[in-house]
Design a protein around this ligand. Structure first.
Ligand SMILES: Nc1ncnc2c1ncn2[C@@H]1O[C@H](COP(=O)(O)OP(=O)(O)OP(=O)(O)O)[C@@H](O)[C@H]1O
Length: 148
């Protein structure tokens, strides 16, 4: 089944949003396949955001992501990449709908509390980067109550 990479950014961790953010994905029914609390090196941050290296905010973005520990999360589920992005909301919280994570928990684009892969291909690349050891086998016994 499809997988995605979600990351609670340093501001989300510092603002004690780990539990409420995780709750939204797990209550929905997505399966947890990886969970890690770690400090991010500059090189990992630069590799993760390599696509944005020419943007004027790249330096500030790397500084932000390395400013404190993050929570790295691997989730699995039907259409989890696109649905996960909906749960997260628009990149700029000013445009994120209420009810989304960014719409409910943050104000500025440079402090938008969470990351979610934007395509199945980026998800696989990012999961390889953040979980090089592989994911955890985790098949909930209640799977038939989530999927028909
Ligand atoms: N104009 C900007 N000014 C400052 N930071 C920005 C700006 N645009 C994007 N960012 C930061 O860079 C991150 C990556 O930007 P991207 O365009 O990939 O958005 P995204 O895919 O919604 O976000 P993410 O990759 O974090 O899920 C954003 O989440 C935000 O933290």
């Amino acid at each position: 089944m499809e997988r995605t990479y979600i990351m609670i950014k340093p501001d989300g961790v510092q603002r004690n949003l780990i539990a409420p953010i995780l709750e939204r994905f797990l209550a929905k029914g997505y399966i947890l396949r990886g969970l890690k609390f770690l400090t991010v090196s500059k090189s990992l941050a630069e590799t993760h955001y390599a696509d944005l290296s020419s943007k004027p905010f790249f330096g500030a973005l790397v500084e932000y992501i390395t400013s404190g520990p993050v929570v790295a999360i691997a989730l699995e589920g039907k259409d989890v990449v696109a649905q996960g992005r909906k749960i997260i909301g628009a990149t700029n919280p000013a445009a994120s709908a209420p009810g989304t994570i960014r719409g409910d928990f943050c104000i500025e684009v440079g402090r938008n509390v969470i990351h979610g892969s934007d395509s199945v291909e980026s998800a696989e690349r990012e999961l390889g980067l953040w979980f090089p050891e592989g994911l955890v086998d985790n098949t909930p016994v209640l799977l038939s109550q989530i999927y028909e």
